[in-house]
Ligand binder design. Structure first.
Ligand SMILES: [Zn+2]
Ligand SMILES: [Zn+2]
Length: 211
């Protein structure tokens, strides 16, 4: 019925993001565009260790594209989430000693070739009359638009002063003195009686004593 879906045109690196994330969506495209722009601006490749650091101001789909393309991932400590609910990302390169922040300062407006179709679908969604296909097609139009627009129409880029981020903290683990479970010492809380406990136990001991 419609030729809006064009899976074949998806670049390989975006396909990797989709594989990791599970679906293609406008949010993922935001992250994809930011990652590609950061790589180009700072001439950086995917981070094997912690050379690249991403500070994300949301925890949306976009973050997954950064994980795939920039190697800024939860487990290495080079992905920081300050969830302010903003479509904004700061990418730092330790080796280049550079940092850029990318933020959105305008509402999304469709600029692609199928403007009338986009408006029709958007109106249908707003009126609660959209079919499943309508919703999918609307999403696909937005995806195509975000993929092909000049980057500066989507994000405002600001070069930031480079401040070396801390490396991920390694700390030994000790048993919590209440539950006995091994806990990183840097995350333990000292109770008034001097016992060192994990965070959940410290909260329990504040509210009530365990059974
Ligand atoms: Zn998504
Ligand atoms: Zn505990």
């Amino acid at each position: 019925m419609s030729n809006i879906n064009n899976k074949n045109e998806i670049p390989d690196d975006l396909n990797k993001c989709v594989e990791f994330h599970g679906h293609i969506c406008p949010g993922l495209i935001y992250g994809y565009r930011v990652a590609k722009e950061a790589m180009k601006l700072m001439d950086i490749a995917r981070s094997i260790d912690e050379e690249v650091v991403a500070i994300c101001e949301n925890d949306s789909c976009a973050v997954d594209a950064l994980q795939v393309l920039l190697g800024t991932v939860v487990g290495k400590g080079n992905l920081l989430i300050n969830n302010f609910g903003k479509n904004a990302y700061t990418i730092l390169s330790r080796s280049k000693r550079q940092a850029y922040r990318f933020s959105r300062n305008t509402r999304y407006d469709y600029r692609g070739r199928d403007k009338s179709e986009f408006d029709r679908l958007e109106a249908a969604v707003a009126a609660g009359k959209a079919s499943k296909d309508d919703r999918r097609n609307l999403k696909q139009l937005k995806i195509n638009d975000l993929l092909t627009r000049p980057f500066e129409e989507i994000f405002t880029t600001t070069e930031m002063t480079f401040i070396e981020p801390q490396y991920a903290q390694l700390a030994p683990s000790e048993p919590c003195e209440l539950c006995g479970e091994m806990t990183m010492t840097s995350k333990m809380i000292e109770l008034s009686d001097g016992r060192k406990v994990c965070i959940p136990c410290s909260k329990k001991s504040m509210n009530q004593s365990p059974k």
